[in-house]
Design a protein around this ligand. Structure first.
Ligand code: CP
Length: 303
């Protein structure tokens, strides 16, 4: 596949193969390049995890990473995203990893004969976040060995969450039972065909995975009214709620965490928490994704 932009495009076999390949990279598999392969990471929204782990994944695969800072680029002179990508492809970049505030920004870049590049979506507004979703699946697979019948609660700022949209899509395909919880104002019918919406106190003792979402203050129009302590008590994973989780249940969070809001800060280092594993797995899953799209665009460079 020359691009990986949405979890809608991935079938179960592809997801399983990516998890398997990511595990191989985690256990030391290396790639050999037959010629230099250049990658550029275009982040038009802030990022720590996704940006750094894509860069480390690229370097571990032997790719050469071209520095690209939107603030210092000709985007500031009005150059469009398409023309920016056309330029990078023309000078020899073969892999573009892009995060952009506009949902489905990548539609303007797909099926363009003048853009012979591999493309990975590193997050499109409130659209999707496939690399986060795949590293989440890798982490769940490592902890439970499979997905069939697994109960996963996705909790919090659902409407603004590209992670929720990508994860619910793939979890349903993989046979997991998805539940949603959080403020009713941040939930709507688009989620209903993927899982049931229930109060957090009804879910916490019965699910295998508590996936807590970040409250996305930057996407809220009325954020001044937000009461962090009240949110934590009503919708957060408090210490009291965490104590009611099944002994083998895990806590996940895509990061960055608002400690004391989505979950009690002390839970980040709890044995239930897989937050650090998620970030570590992100490097290996991104290696698998990069290899997959580079092989898919058949421009050579990989043995
Ligand atoms: N999970 C995630 O996308 O984190 P960053 O915004 O730091 O990349």
């Amino acid at each position: 596949q020359p691009e990986l932009v949405s979890m809608r495009d991935l079938d179960v076999n592809t997801v399983t193969a990516l998890i398997h390949r990511a595990e191989e990279f985690k256990h030391g598999t290396q790639l050999e390049l037959t010629e230099p392969v250049y990658a550029a990471n275009l982040f038009f929204e802030n990022s720590t995890r996704t940006h750094t782990s894509f860069e480390i994944a690229e370097r571990r695969l032997g790719l050469s990473v071209v520095d690209f800072n939107p603030q210092a680029s000709s985007v500031n002179k009005g150059e469009t995203l398409y023309d920016t990508c056309l330029t990078l492809a023309a000078v020899g970049v073969r892999l573009l990893v892009i995060r952009h505030p506009q949902a489905a920004y990548y539609q303007a870049l797909l099926n363009q004969p003048a853009l012979p590049v591999a493309l990975i979506n590193a997050g499109d507004g409130s659209g999707e976040h496939p690399s986060q979703s795949l590293l989440d699946m890798m982490t769940i697979s490592e902890n439970f060995g499979g997905f069939n019948g697994l109960k996963v609660a996705i909790v919090g700022d659902l409407n603004h969450s590209r992670v929720a949209r990508s994860d619910m899509e793939v979890l349903k395909k993989l046979g997991a039972q998805v539940y949603f919880s959080g403020p009713a104002a941040w939930y709507d019918d688009q989620f209903a065909r993927f899982g049931q919406y229930l109060p957090l106190d009804d879910l916490v003792a019965q699910v295998d995975v508590m996936m807590m979402l970040r409250v996305q203050h930057e996407r809220h129009s009325n954020d001044a009214e937000f009461d962090a302590a009240a949110y934590h008590q009503q919708y957060g994973l408090t210490l009291e709620r965490a104590a009611r989780m099944k002994p083998e249940a895990i806590i996940m969070h895509p990061g960055p965490i608002n400690r004391g809001v989505e979950l009690d800060g002390a839970l980040v280092e709890s044995p239930h928490s897989k937050f650090v594993e998620q970030m570590q797995n992100g490097v290996f899953m991104r290696m698998a994704m990069i290899e997959s799209v580079l092989r898919g665009n058949q421009l050579g460079g990989l043995v």
